[in-house]
Design a protein around this ligand. Structure first.
Ligand code: DAH
Length: 340
């Protein structure tokens, strides 16, 4: 009797593995498990089995049943997975989202293009610097309170006996020193880099970008500074823009200025956006003789001008974008990034 069950199982296995279609598979299932199917009858036969063999017969019945049912399911899945769904090659494909460069990257490219056109060389210097290059050589006396205006991140590393503690560049002006130590005048550099300051709120981010211009040559005067600034304003912001200089103080320039650009909303008349027709873009000035001396440049023979402005700032001014929270600029939120 038990042999009959094993035969049923083996035959079923053979039929199922030869089977090619779902219809045929269904026939096999009915042949086995239908009302008078082979397996159904075999299970009814249990009453005819001798009492002492009945338990074993029952166990075998169950084994055979699960083996066959598992095989049927497996085969069904196999047949289904081979059925090709109809594919229409003429339907237009789904358009993939195209990324784009970040607003700040675009601004950096544009700024360097504007300056390289008039003979400036784009340079890069270390962002992890020594105090001397960021402050000392720029004419900041040791422990001078002016240093507090640059809320500096110091690096936990051994200080240099010559150059002092290590820090993250709080401004690109350190590039002036590096440039003058590396090259003799004439110098025309544009240093665009990341800056770091311990500030974070809606209008400050601990990492931001500046572009620093430095020109050192014989007979460089404020006129050259004015001309360069005007050239930048017109080429970056538009032909109709003008600039003005306001006296200011920086340790590393003398005289020093804040540079303003005419407001494009009110064309200089005065509006909600600006201070009486002018918007502030950043600092500038004539390189301080001490700074030249610190870099081995003779202030009797050479003079220079410098300026250092924020990339994010000019970029937002140009686009007219007013970002309610500057931190959004560096978030990975696609809803923001797509708009920049
Ligand atoms: N380094 C200054 C800052 O971060 C900006 C600056 C002012 C740069 C005057 C200059 C300059 O080159 O001449 O605020």
């Amino acid at each position: 009797m038990k042999e009959d069950l094993i035969n049923i199982k083996n035959q079923a296995i053979a039929r199922i593995s030869d089977c090619q279609s779902l219809n045929e598979l269904e026939e096999i299932r009915i042949d086995l498990f239908g009302r008078s199917g082979i397996f159904t009858n075999a299970s009814k036969n249990i009453t005819k089995v001798a009492t002492e063999d009945r338990k074993q017969y029952g166990i075998t019945l169950n084994e055979v049943k699960t083996t066959i049912l598992d095989l049927l399911t497996e085969k069904k899945n196999h047949i289904n997975s081979n059925v090709r769904t109809w594919f229409d090659p003429t339907i237009p494909g789904e358009k993939q989202d195209l990324g784009h460069l970040h607003m700040v990257t675009n601004a950096i490219n544009e700024i360097s293009e504007v300056f390289t056109k008039i003979g400036f060389t784009r340079v890069r210097y270390p962002e992890v610097e020594y105090d001397y290059f960021a402050f000392g050589a720029l004419n900041f006396p040791d422990n001078h309170p002016a240093r507090d205006d640059w809320e500096t991140f110091f690096v936990e590393a051994p200080a240099s006996s010559q150059y002092g503690p290590m820090l993250l560049t709080p401004h690109t002006s350190s590039g002036q020193i590096r440039e003058m130590l590396a090259n003799k005048p004439p110098i025309r550099m544009i240093n665009i880099a990341k800056c770091y300051r311990r500030q974070m709120d809606v209008s400050h981010y601990p990492m931001f970008h500046q572009f620093e211009g430095l020109v050192v040559d014989k007979n460089i005067s404020i006129t050259h500074l004015r001309g360069t600034i005007d050239y930048f304003a017109k080429n970056f912001f538009g032909e109709n823009r003008t600039t003005r200089l306001r006296p200011y103080h920086f340790q590393f320039t003398e005289p020093s200025f804040e540079v303003d650009i005419s407001c494009n909303v009110c064309s200089g008349k005065g509006c909600k956006l600006c201070k009486e027709g002018w918007l502030e873009i950043g600092g500038a000035g004539m390189v301080h003789p001490n700074v030249l001396k610190n870099c081995g440049v003779d202030p009797k023979k050479y003079s220079g001008f410098a300026f250092g402005w924020g990339v994010e700032r000019v970029s937002m001014m140009k686009s007219g974008l007013s970002i309610p929270d500057i931190r959004l600029l560096y978030s990975s939120d696609l809803r923001v990034l797509k708009q920049l």
